[in-house]
Design a protein around this ligand. Structure first.
Ligand SMILES: Cc1cc2nc3c(=O)[nH]c(=O)nc-3n(C[C@H](O)[C@H](O)[C@H](O)COP(=O)(O)OP(=O)(O)OC[C@H]3O[C@@H](n4cnc5c(N)ncnc54)[C@H](O)[C@@H]3O)c2cc1C
Length: 362
């Protein structure tokens, strides 16, 4: 494998989502060199935001929770501010006939935390601390050699260690030379990508009018198209926003964005009142349609939260020089952002132990 513009580094990181960026930060702090390759034209992966109108609304993850020390530490280190998910007011239930029942009691996400400015602040904060010349956007990795990665444009990067900070099912689609052990390949394809089959609809308003009516913004629906709705407003209520997870399966969402958006606004008006018909801005983020997140197998989401972890077959691959990071192989809180940070930490520890023995990576 060789090509023009080839580079050599300690660690080649594939993927510029939370896990890849966190890994880059840990390696940098340990004095190791790295090159990070991100296929999309922006960093963050599943962390994304609808920007505009004086703020950002999360299109990917919205919440973190108490008992997640890595996120808490990162938020503090980056100087970001968190605030509790709005939970004051009634949750609303819409039954299958469209009848709306208010006064069902609790707010479903009470106790969770959001970030002022959205989760994208984590991505911006992490990238800001890294040297720009080591971060490569629009750089899809296609082939994995022994201690080498090759990009779609033919460029090669040689490295002592390679870390795949991408969903396992996408890691299984790369070309490996020499080939991956069969058990490793099977393990990768078996791991569902968390939330990859889901879609979020976001609507921004001039004020959180539902709060004026005693509603929290939380709603559950057996009718749809939104199955679960939450307040997505910023800490001070500006911008005001609602978001909902689509209850429509991915196969029925394809090429129906405009129709689904219209139905979602109609549903929000049924539940929260006519003001909902007049959003300032809307977005439908369908993660199932994102080939850099979801594979064909991910179009049907798992029934519950999978028991993630690092399969034995993915340990010590390529003489311990090929590492699998990313939230799906985290040994704790897999699927969540905390898991992405945990997996970055584990891989950093292994690499640092090899290249800087004696240095504490924690
Ligand atoms: C709708 C939704 C809601 C969620 N809600 C929450 C929540 O409230 N709280 C929570 O903790 N978590 C939540 N999550 C999960 C959270 O987003 C993930 O845990 C986390 O973002 C995963 O980070 P990652 O780096 O492991 O993977 P990703 O974010 O998937 O990053 C992988 C990166 O690799 C890139 N890539 C892929 N293939 C290649 C290639 N061949 N070459 C180069 N680059 C490549 C991708 O473009 C991507 O940028 C949610 C996710 C979604 C989609």
């Amino acid at each position: 494998m060789s090509g023009s513009g080839d580079v050599t580094t300690d660690v080649a990181i594939v993927g510029g989502g939370l896990s890849g960026l966190a890994l880059a930060n840990l390696l940098q702090a340990a004095g190791l060199s790295f090159q990070l390759f991100e296929a999309r034209a922006h960093f963050g992966g599943r962390i994304a935001a609808l920007e505009g109108l004086g703020g950002c609304v999360d299109l990917g993850p919205s919440w973190f929770w108490p008992g997640q020390p890595r996120i808490a530490q990162l938020v503090a280190e980056l100087g970001l501010r968190s605030f509790p998910q709005h939970a004051h007011g009634d949750i609303v239930f819409e039954d299958a006939t469209g009848m709306v029942h208010q006064g069902m009691g609790y707010a479903s996400m009470e106790g969770s935390f959001r970030l002022e400015g959205g989760m994208i602040g984590l991505v911006e904060g992490l990238t800001a601390t890294l040297p720009a010349d080591r971060l490569h956007l629009s750089s899809a990795v296609k082939e994995m050699g022994s201690g080498q990665v090759r990009l779609a444009n033919g460029t090669c990067c040689s490295a002592r260690h390679v870390a795949l900070a991408i969903p396992p099912r996408l890691a299984a689609t790369l070309i490996y030379d020499p080939p991956l052990p069969v058990a490793a390949f099977q393990s990768l394809t078996a791991i569902p990508t968390w939330m990859a089959g889901h879609a979020k609809f976001v609507a921004i308003y001039d004020r959180p009018f539902w709060r004026e009516k005693g509603m929290s913004g939380d709603a559950m629906s057996h009718r749809g198209p939104l199955a679960e709705i939450h307040d997505a407003s910023s800490a001070d209520g500006t911008p005001a926003a609602l978001f909902g997870f689509l209850g429509v399966p991915a196969s029925h969402r394809k090429d129906r964005a405009a129709e689904i958006e219209a139905l979602a606004l109609h549903q929000l008006a049924q539940i929260f009142g006519p003001e909902a018909r007049e959003p300032l801005q809307t977005a439908l983020q369908d993660w199932a349609c994102e080939p850099l997140t979801a594979t064909e197998t991910d179009q049907t989401p798992p029934a519950g939260h999978p028991a993630y972890g690092l399969p034995h077959a993915l340990v010590g691959v390529s003489d311990g020089r090929l590492h699998f990071a990313g939230t799906e192989v985290a040994q704790e809180m897999g699927g969540l952002m905390e898991g992405a940070l945990a997996s970055a930490e584990r891989v950093a520890r292994l690499i640092i132990a090899d290249m800087k023995p004696g240095l504490d990576a924690s």
